[in-house]
Design a protein around this ligand. Structure first.
Ligand SMILES: Cc1ncc(C[n+]2csc(CCOP(=O)(O)OP(=O)(O)O)c2C)c(N)n1
Length: 326
């Protein structure tokens, strides 16, 4: 029975990763059409982290994310139509066309706010975790951030306070080794992000962020402990973004990173890796994967048509819904 349950989890994670990948591939194809006016920070190559962690969460758990948020929002169950409509700046988007790609939110799915301020989402997640603790909830807050956010003071203040108050929060660093075009080794003297909570008594773990099973298993164990009152944990998932910092192009052409490095990570494609693992275990056939792909492409086309057909907000609506009256 347990194995069946786990098999279901892995299939579900695969489907989520494929949804994120195909969604972003559609954004890449549509973006040059100039209809989306928002900048887009794509997470192609990083899908395993969002899908693996979020599989362990419920709607009532909170997720806080950053400028590279499409994958986390999809994995947390946000509607694709409301995300795409937001990218097109339309009234039917999750923030009624006011947020663009970097500030997606959906309180019903536990996505209270998305912050493009590097590291800015971390203390907000800690605040949400404090409120969960006050309410004696079994729910938790998870915050996704990049290796660049680890350079911010807010990260350390948040580690300190959450450890002091034993707050139900999981810190998930997606270490893709770059902040804009600045490599981790040019900014951090020691490659030890997962150990940075140690001085506050927070245990940290490093995993292969391109191996969805590893991400799922590690986060599952930590999330179970956090729900039981352990206090915070820190996870460092080592991964790589295939696209440039912002926009649909790769950036090796501009000399921002070497092509061989990108090629090496493309060979470690997280979607393909899970697909191969599932087919070796007999959990997924080629035709099963193809059916899934067709279903998702249909969903994306529907969302895209919906977004394109929706109307823009009126200028008079600019100051409406700016504050959440929860
Ligand atoms: C406080 C702050 N400083 C600088 C920026 C400009 N900025 C936007 S994204 C980014 C890099 C973020 O890198 P990282 O946190 O590693 O995330 P990644 O883009 O690699 O996913 C920077 C410097 C910002 N948005 N906020």
């Amino acid at each position: 029975m347990a194995r069946q349950g786990r098999g279901r989890d892995l299939i579900q994670i695969y489907e989520t990763m494929l949804r994120i990948r195909l969604f972003e591939e559609r954004v890449i194809r549509s973006y040059p059409g100039q209809e989306m006016k928002t900048p887009v920070h794509l997470c192609v190559g990083q899908e395993a982290v969002a899908a693996g962690v979020c599989r362990n969460l419920t709607d009532k758990d909170y997720v806080f994310t950053n400028h590279r948020c499409h994958g986390h929002c999809l994995a947390k169950g946000m509607s694709m139509s409301s995300i795409l409509a937001e990218l097109y700046g339309k009234r039917t988007g999750c923030c009624k066309g006011k947020s663009g790609s970097m500030h997606l939110s959906d309180p019903d799915r536990g996505i209270l706010a998305t912050s493009a301020i590097v590291g800015g989402n971390i203390p907000v997640a800690v605040g949400a975790a404090l409120s969960l603790k006050f309410r004696k909830s079994r729910n938790i807050a998870v915050v996704f951030f990049g290796d660049g956010a680890v350079d911010e003071g807010a990260f350390y203040e948040s580690l300190n306070f959450s450890a002091l108050k034993k707050l139900p929060v999981l810190f998930v660093c997606e270490n893709n080794f770059y902040a804009t075009n600045s490599p981790q080794k040019a900014r951090q003297p020691v490659d030890n992000i997962f150990k940075r909570g140690g001085i506050f008594g927070i245990k940290g773990f490093r995993c292969d962020g391109n191996d969805a099973v590893e991400v799922f298993d590690l986060s599952k164990g930590l999330i179970e402990k956090i729900r039981k009152g352990s206090g915070p944990y820190l996870m460092e998932c080592r991964t790589y973004r295939w696209k440039g910092h912002v926009g649909p192009d790769c950036d090796f052409e501009k000399g921002c990173r070497p092509k061989y490095e990108l090629d090496g990570w493309v060979r470690k494609c997280p979607v393909k890796r899970l697909e191969d693992k599932l087919s070796r275990k007999g959990l997924l056939t080629g035709s099963g994967a193809e059916k899934m792909r067709v279903k998702i492409e249909r969903e994306i086309s529907k969302a895209e048509n919906f977004a394109k057909r929706s109307r823009f907000p009126n200028t008079g609506e600019l100051y409406e819904d700016v504050y959440w009256k929860g």
